[in-house]
Design a protein around this ligand. Sequence first.
Ligand code: ADP
Ligand code: MG
Length: 678
Amino acid sequence: MRNAKLRITWPLAVRRCFHNPRVQQEHPSALTRPLAELYGVGAERAEHLARLQLHTVGDLLQHRPRHHEDRRRLRPIRDLEMGVAALCRGTILVQGNKRLRGGGRSLFECVIDDGTARLHCRWWNVPYMDRYFRVGDDLLVFAKVSSLKPRTVDHPETERVENDDDNRIHLDRVVPVYPLTEGLSQRWLRRVMWTVVQAHAADVPEPAYALADMPTRAEAFARLHFPDEQADADLARRRLALDEFVELHRTIRKRRLALQARAIGMPCTGKGQLLQRLTGALSFRLTAAQLRVMDEIRKDLAAPHPMRRLLQGDVGCGKTVVAAAATLTVAESGRHTLLMAPTEILAVQHAHRFREWFEPLGVKVLLQTSSQHEASKSQSKTSAPTLVIGTHALLETDFQLPDVGLVIIDEQHKFGVAQRNQLLRKGRCPHLLVMTATPIPRTLGLTLYGDLDISTIDQMPAGRGAVRTHVRATDRLPKVIEFIRGQLEHGRQAYVVYPRVGDSATEADVKSVEREAAKLKKHFAPHAVGMLHGKMRPEEKDIVMEAFRAGRLAVLLATTVVEVGVDVPNASVMLVENAECFGLAQLHQLRGRISRGAHAGHFILLTNKTTPQVQERLAVLVETNDGFRVAEADLKLRGPGELLGQDQSGLPSFRFGDLANDFDLIQRARDIAMQFTG
Ligand code: ADP
Ligand code: MG
């Protein structure tokens, strides 16, 4: 279903920074020269380099060091401290392989001496290590000390010092350490890189913009590989990252301009009477933020170009009613709307809600999922404006709906760029509104959703009960259940969320809905307990969800199928088992399920993992209810790929740029691109 061609659009745009046709035209011979032609490389090593995707001189210059080592400051072995990483140098005194008893394991050990003390270097299960070293070799060793008696390091990084003229490249300076592949050594690659940098870094062309506070591109490549100080390499990396971001923004901008030139919009300029009637009938008053974004959207819809807008706002801020407003504006111009949601449960819930809102207004609502086929069955040729709500099934079914004016995608981070475009093709250049509850920092949004305008709802409806988050060890479960029972006595409802549907043989300590259900039903009796997970048939899910919504079930045991969008205001407690299995953004989404009513909510995270990483991660949720801050923390901890779904979102991949930390560069790149893209 995914369109591979579309998926690679962005990474390509980024790669083009380097494989830039302009670069190649200006310097046809220098940077495009095949590596096999270089002195000292040869056909065989060129093949090894090709495995690292390094084919030309230009590719090699872009091969980013993994890190740098400051070889001006070696540590005497005598001074090595426990657990601290350090670089030292010594001569190999003895070495050899030992076979360990049981399981055919082996240990290779070599002992080096630098005149102050001896250091034991150990490798397990790499018996061929003895081919790399000889007694008497002069060895650099970088590792953390794992034991002091005797001083020992395990699986250190090593490099043999040769006695030749090249040592000014490899010693007494800050040296690059590269990603390698079988058949290549650090020393050899560093030597080749040195030659290439000396000969060709200056051939790298400069872009049209000059930056007073940064090295030129040519200088940046020289310093990236062979900096005088670590800080020079960092600044070089930033320079090259900036160029990458500029190139991305230029591509985005060109695409925007092309779309505007090509696509004929469908200006929808109704009087807004339908919307007025809806707001009059709502049981709540719209927040200022909701009104503001509705206005932004209304202006877009009236414009001569199709809208391309992202609506972001924390879980529960009220995005659905904004989508309704957009739908009504389009309906007033006699056009139809498609709304796609990631789960059947959410699609059904939307259908409920929109029917309530729209039926009095004469706007038809049809549901199209794998089990409901109202749109594809609908024979009526009436011209009544219609909203078709559905899941992925919307993409797969053929239904007749001329004049689609608006496409809305809810929880868009659950879909791919390809799916978004596929849905757009159901109409002739309709307006597009995508909604997401994974709010991200503005600068990042500019990059990830660069081809979209962004509206943000940054305000919660008044009168929401506050949610408190608690992290507890698994053995506190009985107390937690006691607490939840108390809430049920007060008429509240509760969710219990598990990472799995059924048991897994490999992860016995991860609980599953199916295994725990019987136990919990007993614990919560006489309150009714229901179960909901992705392996159930859609009709079964509907029945359970409806029972929970109507209050006939007090407790819902579920997997993350309840993560997105589910709206039951009376539910005020959620217990999450094996909380360590979930991402922060995901937990925040889950928490959103219990902040919908006026009652104070309790979000209880159970885990047996006491590692600092897990505790630190969960502490973020205890500290803040602000989705932006949660997303930022998640971004730093797991990176944008995990946060937003790498292949799903069409996320660009950068060689030098770091989406989680380069906010200032992203912003600056956008300004530059605006100035330099016609
Ligand atoms: P989300 O932004 O997560 O999609 P919803 O649109 O589902 O949130 O809204 C969450 C709940 O808040 C719904 O029950 C909705 O009816 C209600 N709601 C929306 N806007 C307001 C408001 N301005 N005041 C009070 N409640 C509101
Ligand atoms: Mg929603």
